[in-house]
Each structure stands twice: as structure tokens, then as C-alpha cells.
Ligand binder design. Sequence first.
Ligand code: MG
Length: 316
Amino acid sequence: MTNSVRELPMVVPAEGLPARVRVHEVGARDGLQNEKDVVPTAVKAEFIRRLAGAGLTTIEATSFVHPEWVPQLADAERLFAEVADLGVNLPVLVPNERGMQRALPLGVRRIAVFASVTESFARANLNRTVDETLAIQRAVVAQAKSEHGVHVRGYLSMCFGDPWEGPVPIAQTVRVCRAMLDMGCDELSLGDTIGVATPGHVRALLAALNEAGVPTGMLGVHFHDTYGQALSNTLTALEHGVTTVDASAGGLGGCPYAKSATGNLATEDLVWMLDGLGVETGVDLDELIATSTWMAEQLGRPSPSRTVRALSHKES
Ligand code: MG
């Protein structure tokens, strides 16, 4: 896509940042599950292949959610089989035990479970209380760990604010994080599902989690750019020592249950910043932009990523 030599950003390292960040790419799952139209399995598989080709090493492939809930991902089995041999980590989301039973026979080695920090979202998303959700996930994680030895990521929604409840007290988020860790999750992803976090809030939550015995090394961050804060919040998390950052190629996706939640942090915007800081990601930005530009053509609308727009010559 880009024919000329790209010379920016200039690399100027800043102190107090990790040397390397692992990008947890969520576009194929978190992004495509929110598409109105169902994307063909072959296009999804090609998307994942290209993401791997761009250097992403953890690519969340799909969700084994009930096909009636999310018809966009009803092809989970077929898709996983098509990409299973790519040689990268391909975690999949499993909402419950049934989802896990579908996923594990396929050779899945990494699963992700999720819980809401707030009662309102737990009810809206799953029609359960927070503690009921945790009980279900506890059983899933126990089985996944003891019988299958898979890596488990725990997603937490609404860690900073909730569209019905407003600001979420830090202690409330810490309690659910602690519960997810105690049930055996190997890693947690702190979701700012409606994008309302600001850097001081991020710093305070990370410190409170550490105080509650949750080590920074087990934490990933999942910011949404709804209010333009995703990169500021990410930088704050990196300064705290976080080295796992969730992002979505081309900025695909939001959250279907939270109206104001537009926009996962775009992987390109993240990699642009990390390239400039000299923080290693292993991602080739030009290849990634070519991938997102191709995907935007498949979806029939331009990518919301600023970096994709700035560097995709087709749009100028
Ligand atoms: Mg998201």
C-alpha cells in the first residue's frame, strides 16, 4: 500500500518504560463480533494470517459463544481449524463450560473467560449477578487448568466506569480481579469497556491491585478510545510496568451492549507510539496497515485508526 519510505516516527526512547510490549491482538474476535454483517470464514482466516505475517504473536481468533447470541462468530470451529497451524498464540473466548467443551477438542491451548465488575453489565450481558458469573467461570477455569492445562486469561469488563452505574469504585474492580486470580487465571485483562478511564485512575487502580496482591506481571490493559484517552492510559500503564496491551487492528469493534463504547484502541496507533518510544513489539507497522486497509475494503468502510488513515495513501 505504501510505496514511499516511511521515516516517522523518529525513535526517541523515554525512561521508565519496558523494553518490550506484547500486543494482544483482539480484532478478529472483539472487532468482528460487532460487525452487523457476517464476515466469511475465509476472510477472517486471511485476516488472522496477515496479522501473524505482520508480526503479531498473540491473536485472539474467535469466541465459542452460543451461535444464537453472536451469529457473527458461529463459524468458530471452522475458523480455528483453518488457522491453527500458524505458529502463533491463538486464544479463544469461552463464555461457559459448553463453549470450553467445543473449543478444547480442536487443540486450543489458550482460552479467555470474562466477568463484569458491575452488576448492571453482568445483568445486561449475561442476565446474572457478578457472583453468579464468577461461580460459572470458577468451574470453567478449574476444569480448563486441571484437566487440560491450558493458559487462561480473565477479561474484566467495566473496570473504570459503567453506562448505567457511572464511575466504578476501585475497590469493586479489585474485588472481582482478585476473585478471577484466585480461581486460577494466568493473566487478567482490565477492560475500560466504555472508554472513560483517565491516567490518574489507571495509576490508582494498578497500585490498588498491587496492594491487593495482584502482581503487575499478570495484568494486561484493554482500553477503548471513546474519549481519546486510550494511548494516554496505555502509556500510564506501561510506566507502571504493564507489558501486555490489548489492541484491535484498524480499531475494529466496540461493545454491542454499551452504546457509547466506540472503538477499541487501534493496534496501529499503539505500535506507532511504541515505535517512537523504541519499545519493541515485533510488529511491522506497514504490513499491519496494509492488513487493516485490506480488511476495511472487505468491510466496506474506512478504518477509524488515525495511523491507518495517515499512512494509507489510498485515502489521501
Ligand atoms: Mg474491546
